[in-house]
Design a protein around this ligand. Structure first.
Ligand SMILES: Cc1cc2nc3c(=O)[nH]c(=O)nc-3n(C[C@H](O)[C@H](O)[C@H](O)COP(=O)(O)OP(=O)(O)OC[C@H]3O[C@@H](n4cnc5c(N)ncnc54)[C@H](O)[C@@H]3O)c2cc1C
Length: 545
């Protein structure tokens, strides 16, 4: 087992600078545009097959939808209602694969599905559905489902509404830190040989004889433009795929591929919504299934599903989104008396769903789609976090054919080289911070701890009450390619979501820490704080006052 990613191949701001130079001088078989989970997984798969691969991301790894999901690695129980057994089987098989290859990040979580009188599905149908869910998982889950009656349900989860309660199904799915899974997948792609750069935006495509042959990338830090040449180009831009397609000579008149929908999640303190399980519940307004998901000291409530036609850069959270979720949570957990004052933060993500005339956004297929334009540009869109590895395999199989052959896909067998093991590493007495460091970095937790040992002020929390320590700002720059204040406070740590003030009072302190590594002057530090404030406003835009 690789105990340290950074030992074997650095993944820092300096690595990125070297990579940008390489992007302009080497030529690649494959250029992947978009550093969400889809692009990262394609780059990893291709690099592991020996394909010379480049990956560029306009903002930061996982800055799009891949850091704004419900964080579930799941079969999708609700798809059984639509008889989409193939989709559920595929997702359950992937859940098993991801638990194997990313075992520190993808963790099993017990779920509860309470049932009420007069509700669909009824007790018998739900029991049958649960057996089917276990069967489609080939009975290889943490344990089989269990049905329980009302009294046991209420005893195990006192927060669920009692009126009309008939019982519940208890079963397992899994959760993951989506931003960290994407980062780990990108690091793994890099270890396998892919040349990767974040804050590198594609601003144009290069073509010759009607065929796309490369892209112009702008380094968002310096403004320098670089031409990248590649034999095959894949557009994995999630909600931005249509914007990228509009740069393609071969798809100039093509109609948009996507019908994006917005999904909002709320963060509340766990003590306001205590539960041992993730709990499924229905919205009384439209019967959509929602979840409350325990996440450390927090509970995440989600999600909405509404058409979205504005810029993918700034999906915001409206008071209506929050009202919808709070109304449903209040209905399902009446004793919690949740109000808007309990909502610490909220985030909105965009589903890159394939265009459809369906009246309800909820019923649009979540399956993915691959197309090739007349000029040869591949676009991949749709799908799920859970099935990203399979999507990547299918995409790289197609690329390999176009390239005239390549090795076999090995991603199902190769562990994502997150620093796994902590056994044998001397750790100070356990505290919330140490527990968090081990969970986030595995064996690499010793690095931020070593920084803190050298300079004890780096061992102080970034923000009061949160487990993140100031040393993580240095670690993020030196080992995780963080280049902005937002990279550190949103995706390397999740400070933005976990305090009411989003860590704004500490933003200047964190900017100064990053400045030590990146050489920012005072003006740049101030610019970073202003940009972070802008991002924060999107996660608090629901506040009426
Ligand atoms: C609300 C919500 C909840 C969800 N919950 C779950 C769940 O619980 N489980 C699950 O399995 N799935 C879930 N999903 C689906 C899952 O999150 C997505 O399928 C997945 O994250 C999509 O990843 P992606 O890489 O395709 O897109 P993205 O993550 O959006 O990545 C696209 C990237 O392309 C970059 N980009 C765009 N334009 C350019 C350019 N010009 N140059 C360079 N880069 C560019 C963007 O910055 C972005 O980072 C959820 C989705 C939503 C919206």
């Amino acid at each position: 087992m690789n105990s340290s990613i950074s030992n074997s191949r650095p993944f820092s701001h300096l690595t990125r600078a070297e990579n940008l130079d390489r992007l302009g001088t080497e030529s690649f078989d494959l250029l992947v545009i978009g550093g969400g989970i889809t692009g990262a997984a394609i780059a990893r798969d291709a690099a592991l097959r020996g394909i010379p691969t480049a990956l560029v991301e306009k903002t930061d790894w996982a800055a799009g939808t891949s850091s704004r999901s419900a964080r579930l690695i799941h079969g999708g129980l609700r798809y059984l209602e639509y008889y989409q057994f193939g989709l559920v089987f595929e997702a359950l098989s992937e859940r098993a694969v991801l638990r194997r290859i990313a075992s520190r990040l993808v963790r099993p979580l017990p779920f509860m599905y309470p049932l009420y009188r007069g509700q669909e599905p009824g007790f018998i149908k739900l029991t049958a559905g649960m057996w089917l869910y276990d069967f489609l998982a080939q009975f290889r889950n943490v344990s089989r489902h269990r049905m329980m009656l009302a009294r046991e349900t209420a005893r195990r989860e006192p927060i669920v509404a009692r009126e009309g309660l008939r019982g519940a199904a208890r079963y397992y799915d899994a959760v993951v830190d989506d931003a960290r899974l994407t980062l780990a997948t990108t690091q793994s792609a890099h270890l396998a040989g892919a040349v990767v750069a974040n804050h590198a935006r594609v601003v144009g495509l290069l073509s010759h004889g009607g065929q796309v042959i490369g892209a112009v990338v702008r380094d968002e830090i310096t403004g320098r433009e670089i031409e990248i040449h590649a034999r095959v180009i894949v557009n994995a831009c999630g909600p931005w795929v249509d914007a990228l397609r509009s740069m393609d000579v071969g798809a100039k008149h093509a109609s948009p591929l996507l019908r994006p929908t917005k999904g909002v999640h709320l963060f509340v303190r766990r003590e306001r919504l205590t539960s041992q399980h993730a709990i499924a519940f229905d919205s009384p307004r439209d019967d959509r299934h929602l979840y409350v998901i325990p996440w450390g000291d927090f509970a995440i409530i989600g999600t909405t599903d509404t058409d979205y036609a504005q810029s993918p850069d700034t999906p915001n959270v409206t008071p209506e989104d929050v009202d919808y979720l709070l109304e449903a949570a209040q209905h399902a957990f009446p004793s919690a008396h949740l109000t808007e004052a309990d909502v610490i933060s909220a985030y909105a993500g965009l589903r890159a769903l394939i265009g459809s005339d369906a009246a309800s956004t909820y019923s649009i297929s979540r399956e993915h789609h691959i197309e090739q334009s007349e000029s040869g540009l591949f676009t991949i869109a749709g799908g799920k976090l859970t099935t990203h590895r399979l999507m990547a395999k299918e995409m790289v199989d197609t690329v390999a054919k176009k390239l005239g052959g390549a090795g076999k896909c090995v991603t199902g067998k190769r562990h994502i080289e997150t620093a796994e093991r902590v056994a044998g590493i001397p750790m100070p007495a356990r505290s919330a911070s140490v527990a968090h460091l081990v969970e986030a970095y595995g064996a690499d937790a010793v690095r931020p701890l070593a920084y803190a040992e050298e300079r004890p002020e780096l061992g102080q929390p970034i923000a009061p009450g949160l487990p993140y320590i100031r040393a993580e700002a240095h670690y993020a720059v030196e080992h995780e390619m963080a280049l902005s204040l937002a990279d550190v406070l949103i995706r390397r740590t999740h400070v933005i979501y976990e305090t009411f003030d989003a860590g704004l009072p500490q933003a200047r302190d964190v900017a100064a820490l990053i400045a030590e590594k990146l050489g920012w002057d005072a003006a740049e530090q101030e610019r970073q704080v202003v940009e972070y404030e802008r991002q924060v406003s999107l996660t608090r835009s629901f506040r009426k006052s």
